[in-house]
Design a protein around this ligand. Structure first.
Ligand code: HDE
Length: 693
């Protein structure tokens, strides 16, 4: 298969022999795509030094022609993404419930390629809008590629695939004006949502802190739909897939997410790259909730409805393995852009359920790849190619990379030497088998009754959250609906929220300064389910509570105490954190011992939104100078406002005072207490700083 090598030499498909450098050529010589050596890559061919360009300049024409076609259509959704290579390692054999090859042998590693994405924005949009994140994993198993194409939220907006184009049209840039980019805070989205009560549960998640993750490394992933596992005896188990980050869960606060968008539009991409680069490999555990039909029947909702979860407290998650991302792609376009995920890519031992959203997806992804990648042969692109043998009689097509030998391009055939069949053959024993199941019923365009409850789990989610998260959620609704110009849409949304929780609806109505309407009609009674603490980020069982893999911005200036700085940096390193020195000038600051300490970031271009905690290590003179720098005051003010830990030298106190820092648990000296404090955020601080709904 074609590969791209580290040194930038493109190696052709069909073997390692065909290189762009040409046979027997000098390894580093520049050539055209036909292998012709290039003598001048700086000047076009002209008639005279100041004359017109000649049409015969095939080198110019080829180079510009290729450049003109460098872009391919971006994904209609999930256009903006970042990806990495890694592996999945199985903890123990799952042979009792599935015959999938990758789940048979404890300790076995399967290569993966994982792409995270935002949904609404274009490929060039920023990393931190309020948006659902895609979480797509391609497992290159020995029995073919299995794609688990999920999101960082376990439910979806709609129940039926036929509504997907409407949903996506409503959230993307509005049809006439072409804005807003990558934002759900606008009329058409909320118009659609307010008319689609089935979206209410997802809206609770979308307005929660889940959609403003601090890092791709600190979010969960979910397969969303119910799938099936099938064992060697043909027995079926229903299953829901979960990815749980070893780094713990963490989100930003809204004001921070907005500011990151300006300070570093590539914040998540850079974070993933840098984590892998320094060997801090992101890791998730894969868990399953496995259940049978009797269990499914006992639930007050339908497991085929993708707007519902099964709370972990009702059915615990069994961790079955771990995924480690340890290698950045060689080339963004070749891999991250050209990777083609498809929920229909499953392997023997895994199967679909009848979830109507999943069933619709089974068509869409293959179809979309044809427009994006241009050919039915996109599976031959290295990032998409299975790492097991691919043998069949599918032939030809645009961009065919393979050169199959022989006459037989059909089966059955009798073209073998002794008149027997030649070429690959089907195998009823090892091939993918769909388990026979009896289906009957009239052809109908209808939603099942069992999908009618649109509010109980929205209520469950809201009531399960920590009070700080509830306030964020309510405030996000106020923010988004305040951007909606058509007032009746807001009123309709408030009517839906009354069904979720009257108190939430009242808080949002107060935040909008609008009267609370009657509850909108419901198709089924709203249930009070037992809260599920596992749904929380803040104070939940998976909240990030370590400095490992996180960054501390250390503000220094001329005169900073060298010994105190070294001590602090040592402590941060020891805790597994990443100290980032920030000074007024990138060349560094002259410390108390006369040495020049280079900076990692320049204060004006490195606001504190880019780090997880800050330390301010200043001398009295250094502090006096920084009191006149808006960027320094803002650095501290934002860290405080974003509920981060602040460690400071005594001499830095005037800067803290000017930035409005008030003492609390998260404000410390530069001793060991700071490193401990730096692992957390201080949500108790928030009500003192901003009015939340
Ligand atoms: Fe997708 N989705 N989707 N989706 N989706 C695409 O496929 C679609 C849905 C998801 O990193 C597209 O290759 C339909 C749910 C991810 O490349 C497209 C429906 C979930 C990615 C498509 C859904 C997802 C996509 C666009 C409703 C979570 C990015 C480009 C029936 C379980 C994968 C492409 C990547 C991408 C269609 C709903 C996740 C158009 C029709 C539910 C993570 O085929």
């Amino acid at each position: 298969m074609a590969k791209s090598s580290k040194d930038g030499v493109a190696i052709g498909a069909g073997g390692e022999t065909h290189q762009q450098v040409g046979s027997g050529g000098i390894k580093d010589r520049l050539t055209t795509n036909q292998g012709i050596p290039v003598s001048d890559n700086q000047n076009q061919l002209k008639a005279g030094a100041r004359g017109p360009v000649l049409l015969e300049d095939f080198m110019l024409r080829e180079k510009i022609f290729h450049f003109d076609h460098e872009r391919i259509p971006e994904r209609i959704v999930h256009a903006r993404g970042s990806a990495a290579h890694g592996f999945f390692e199985l903890y123990e054999s799952l042979a009792d419930i599935t015959k999938a090859d990758l789940f048979q042998r404890a300790g076995e590693k399967t290569p993966v390629f994982t792409r995270f994405s935002t949904v609404a924005g274009g490929a060039g949009s920023v990393d931190t809008p309020r948006d659902v994140r895609g979480f797509a994993v391609k497992f290159y198993t020995q029995e073919g590629n299995w794609d688990l194409v999920g999101n960082n939220i376990p439910v979806f907006f709609i129940q039926d695939a036929i509504k997907f184009p409407d949903l996506v049209h409503s959230v993307k840039m509005e049809a006439d004006r072409g804005y807003p980019q990558a934002a759900s805070a606008h009329d058409t989205f909320w118009d659609f949502i307010s008319l689609m009560p089935e979206s209410t549960h997802m809206i609770m998640w979308a307005m929660s802190d889940r959609t403003i993750p601090r890092s791709l490394r600190t979010m969960e992933g979910f397969g969303v739909h119910t799938f099936k596992l099938v064992n060697a005896k043909g027995e079926t188990t229903f299953v829901k897939f979960h990815w749980k980050p070893k780094q713990g869960l963490q989100s930003t606060v809204w004001d921070e997410a907005v500011k990151i968008a300006g300070a570093d539009p590539d914040f998540h991409r850079r974070d993933l790259f840098e984590a892998i680069d320094i060997g801090e490999f992101p890791e998730w555990e894969l868990g399953i909730q496995a259940f049978d039909q009797a269990f499914a029947d006992s639930l007050p909702f339908d497991v085929l409805d993708p707007t519902k979860i099964i709370p972990e407290e009702v059915l615990p998650i069994r961790m079955i393995g771990r995924m480690v991302l340890d290698r950045w792609p060689d080339n963004f376009f070749a891999e991250t852009e050209q990777v083609a995920y498809c929920p229909a890519n499953i392997v023997p031992g895994v199967d679909f359920s009848d979830d109507p959203l999943l069933q619709g997806r089974l068509f869409s992804y293959l179809d979309t790849q044809k427009s994006r990648l241009g050919s039915t042969n996109f599976h031959q692109i290295p990032i998409n190619a299975p790492k097991c043998p691919v043998m069949n009689f599918q032939r030809d097509g645009m961009m065919q990379m393979l050169q199959p030998k022989g006459r037989a391009n059909y089966e059955p055939n009798s073209l073998g030497e002794a008149g027997e069949v030649t070429g690959p053959r089907e195998c009823p024993m090892t091939g993918f088998v769909t388990r026979p199941e009896t289906e009957h019923g009239e052809k109908l365009r209808i939603r099942p009754e069992s999908f009618a409850d649109h509010y109980s789990q929205a209520r469950l989610f809201f009531r399960s959250l920590d009070p700080a998260e509830q306030a964020h959620l309510a405030s996000a609704l106020v923010f988004e609906l305040s951007k909606v110009g058509i007032a009746p849409i807001r009123t309709r949304m408030l009517g839906n929220l009354v069904n979720v929780d009257p108190e939430l609806a009242q808080r949002v109505a107060d935040g909008l300064n609008m009267p609370l309407p009657e509850a909108s009609p419901t198709a089924a009674p709203v249930l009070d389910m037992d809260p599920s603490p596992a749904l929380r980020i803040i104070n939940g069982p998976r909240m990030a509570d370590t400095l490992k893999g996180r960054s501390v911005g250390v503000l220094i200036a001329d005169g900073t105490d060298a010994a105190a700085l070294d001590r602090l940096v040592g402590q941060i390193d020891k805790a597994g954190g990443r100290p980032i020195l920030i000074a007024p000038k990138i060349g560094g600051a002259k410390l108390s011992d006369g040495s020049l300490r280079p900076a990692d970031g320049q204060l004006a271009g490195f606001p504190s939104v880019l780090v997880d905690a800050i330390a301010v290590v200043l001398s009295a003179d250094g502090c006096a100078a920084l009191l006149k720098e808006a960027a320094a005051v803002q650095f501290v003010m934002d860290a405080f406002g974003h509920l981060k830990a602040i460690g400071a030298s005594d001499e830095a106190q005037p800067l803290l005072d000017k930035a409005g820092v008030e003492p609390d648990e998260g404000v410390t000296g530069l001793d060991a207490a700071f490193v401990k404090a730096a692992a957390l955020r201080y949500f108790d601080r928030e009500p003192k700083l901003r009015t939340l709904a």
